[in-house]
Design a protein around this ligand. Structure first.
Ligand code: HDE
Length: 690
């Protein structure tokens, strides 16, 4: 490309049109003015459709270096996927501090009010491969890279505040047990199989986590509606060198919201990318998801009074014990330009901290400090992965690390060491740099588990009794589902034995659901479980926001549907913050009662009611009669009902509710006025589950 061409393309290019070549020059022209297609060496290509052949019907020649370069590059397009958290969706955004933590830390990101720190957040499932579905029952990873003025800070958490195990040495076994079984290569993205429950049955410390993962937390409605937790205690260090423990929490401004299990299963088939699409569409339409960042702060002395050890990652600190303080918020406002370059190549490491933030002795965290840098070396293939734009700090960074695969920098000068006398400008250490908290560590060296980590059931009990009764029955159903997939009866029994230490009622329900003739003996416990008070903050139902913000309403229509009703629903729904999509038997435009045409967003068979938080059915009697015979229409209504969603109908639409052979009667719930419907759409009809 000539300089002239390049500067022209720079002037008129949009983000989509422009791609930076490795040398930094623009390789694609904007808006109709195509760039030259070249090899990676910049050689213009005259024919990208035909390889070089000895004759028109002859063999392809090895000489075809253009074919070889293209195919070779293609052959190497994939990098190893993450061993866990392979499937994820990410977005750019910013963090804005609203309350300074100056008393506790020197970290500028936590002390400079109003400062907007750019960031990248990736939310993931844990067990499935990168091509797996978005809605399995699974923990969601919640990782944020803050590009602070003092270097990158990675807060690499989950949407559940506790973890399966207490010590990093157990992690490879746990992950091998969760992942698909090695001889058969299934199940994908599922814990409902023998190896997982076998391992869990022998790992009582997992029981608190099991309560969380069997709860609705692991089948969220949207990535925009999950909480995030740093899980471990970290330390904040202030200018006097004093340290305070901290736990980090992300709170979604849209509130928590989950699916019901059948909905999650069916969504996986209807739209395997449901969560990624939801996040993408929200950001592209300007409905930027946001989370408050809150902290729990406590001293060593306060921690000593807790009825558990905060260094044990299978424990949480109830909000009732240490209240949350909101200190700022994160907004995700920009989808990446390129999925691979950013979401796939982003490399999080809990060891990436900034001055003023330090680690605790949580043995799980300590192991993580090693693992992430190590895994990036094989995943990204080089110790220079920090130079990939998504990973590079946005503040200046310099040191004497040199060379290695894929080195992109060209350091100048003869000095590559420190200290030195030969350069006045080479990087030097500074007293403002990162300092580790000065701590007195003593004790007997050994492979030990502290006694304070021995209580595995108290917080599991506390979680269970804190749930709403509907949530409790979801936990029971989830356990029955999962354990029913386990072939070995003694493993099912062992888990019920653990459940007896949590709730006899839960254990009986699960035993009954599994057809066990008698209750197995309780699993022997090293310490007696405590009766901790319920913590209502652990519920989802209790914390759901009475809002339609960020939710979606589907209106099933057909030709002739009443224009007035449709417009009324659209207007009120949109005013309440919901998006509205029109579903019809045919894609294209539908002709409404007033003769106007309305664009259809989704064809009925491909747009089931799982895609929506509530549905309205607005049909003429004739259209309804025709749809009575349509399986997709029947499922649309059936599923909306079974998934506890508000259903509004007009007189025609009501016919679908009264379909023959439908085993329920929804008339009681059918909402006839638009306002009542929009109000009901904010919640779910839990009582239908009875
Ligand atoms: Fe991870 N974890 N983990 N993990 N983890 C990884 O790093 C590991 C743990 C979490 O979107 C890996 O880059 C060990 C807890 C998230 O890219 C790997 C232990 C929590 C992500 C790894 C844990 C997490 C990862 C795989 C036990 C919540 C995805 C690929 C000691 C606080 C980040 C990679 C992203 C990813 C190791 C336990 C969160 C192998 C050894 C606890 C969100 O390094």
């Amino acid at each position: 490309m000539s300089n002239d061409q390049a500067s022209k393309s720079k002037a008129s290019a949009t983000d989509q049109d422009v791609q930076l070549g490795t040398g930094g020059e623009l390789h694609q022209m904007a808006n109709g003015e195509h760039a030259l297609l070249t090899t990676n060496q910049g050689l213009p290509i005259s024919d990208n459709q035909n390889s070089l052949k000895a004759s028109p019907l002859g063999p392809t020649l090895l000489e075809d270096f253009i074919l070889r370069e293209k195919i070779t590059h293609f052959d190497h397009e994939r990098i190893p996927e993450r061993i866990v958290h392979a499937r994820g969706s990410g977005a750019h955004g910013y963090f804005e501090l609203t309350h300074s933590l100056e008393k506790y830390t020197t970290a500028k990101i936590l002390t400079e009010l109003g400062e907007k720190t750019p960031l990248f957040t990736r939310i993931s499932t844990v067990a499935g491969g990168s091509g797996s579905v978005d809605t399995p029952r699974d923990v969601r990873g919640f990782a944020t890279k803050f590009y602070t003025k003092e270097g990158n800070w990675d807060l690499v958490g989950n949407n559940v505040p506790v973890f399966f195990i207490q010590d990093a040495i157990k992690f490879p076994d746990l992950v091998h047990a969760i992942k698909m079984e090695p001889d058969r290569g299934f199940p994908q993205a599922a814990t409902a199989h023998d190896t997982f429950w076998d391992y869990i049955s022998l790992t009582p410390e997992s029981m608190h986590m099991i309560m969380w993962i069997m709860s609705d937390r692991t089948i969220p409605r949207s990535l925009r509606m999950i909480e995030g937790f740093g899980v471990h205690s970290f330390r904040l260090i202030n200018s006097q060198g004093e340290s305070t423990f901290v736990k980090f929490h992300w709170r979604p401004q849209l509130g928590l919201q989950s699916m019901v299990w059948d909905e999650a299963v069916k969504t996986a088939g209807a739209d395997p990318d449901f969560m990624r699409r939801d996040l993408f569409e929200a950001i592209e339409s300007g409905n930027f998801p946001a989370w408050d960042l809150a902290v729990q702060l406590f001293t060593e002395e306060e921690a000593a009074q807790f009825p558990f050890d905060h260094l044990d990652a299978t424990k949480l600190i109830p909000e009732e014990l240490v209240p949350l303080r909101v200190i700022g918020h994160m907004v995700l406002d920009r989808w990446p330009n390129n999925f691979f370059a950013e979401t796939e190549q982003v490399a999080f490491c809990p060891s990436h901290v900034v001055p003023g933030i330090d680690f605790s002795n949580d043995p799980l965290l300590q192991g993580r400090l090693f693992s992430y840098l190590d895994t990036q070396l094989s995943r990204l293939g080089s110790p220079n992965f920090n130079q990939i734009p998504i990973n590079a700090p946005k503040c200046p960074f310099a040191n004497h690390q040199r060379d290695g695969h894929m080195q992109m920098q060209q350091p100048v000068g003869r000095v590559a060491y420190e200290p030195n006398t030969l350069s006045n400008t080479s990087p030097r250490e500074t007293p403002q740099g990162f300092r580790t908290a000065a701590l007195d560590e003593n004790g007997v060296k050994g492979r030990v588990r502290p006694e304070s980590f021995a209580d595995h059931y108290s917080q599991a009990k506390q979680f269970f009794i804190s749930q709403h009764s509907h949530e409790q029955s979801h936990i029971a159903s989830a356990l029955i589902f999962e354990l029913s997939k386990v072939e070995h009866v003694y493993i099912r029994e062992a888990i019920v034995g653990h459940l007896r230490n949590i709730s006899e009622d839960l254990a009986s329900q699960v035993a009954n659901g599994l057809g066990l003739q008698q209750l197995p003996a309780p699993y022997p416990s090293a310490v007696r479980a405590q009766d901790l008070p319920p913590s209502p903050a652990l519920q989802i139902i209790g914390k759901m926001k009475n809002t339609l913000q960020g939710r979606a309403i589907g209106i099933l229509i057909a030709d002739g549907s009443d224009a007035h009703t449709i417009h009324a629903i659209k207007t009120v729904a949109k005013k309440s913050g919901a998006t509205v999509k029109i579903v019809a038997p045919k894609i294209g435009d539908a002709t409404l009662s007033d003769g106007a045409m309305l664009k259809v967003d989704g064809q009925l068979a491909g747009t089931p009611s799982m895609m929506f938080d509530a549905v309205a059915i607005v049909l003429t009697s004739d259209a309804a009669n025709a749809l009575l015979e349509d399986g997709a229409a029947r499922d649309f209504v059936n599923d909306a009902y079974r998934h506890l969603k508000a259903i509004a109908t007009d007189v025609g639409g009501e016919k679908l509710l009264n379909m023959p052979n439908i085993s329920f009667n929804v008339n009681g719930d059918a909402l006839s006025t638009v306002d009542a419907f929009i109000d009901a759409a904010k919640t779910r009809f839990w009582d239908r589950e009875k």
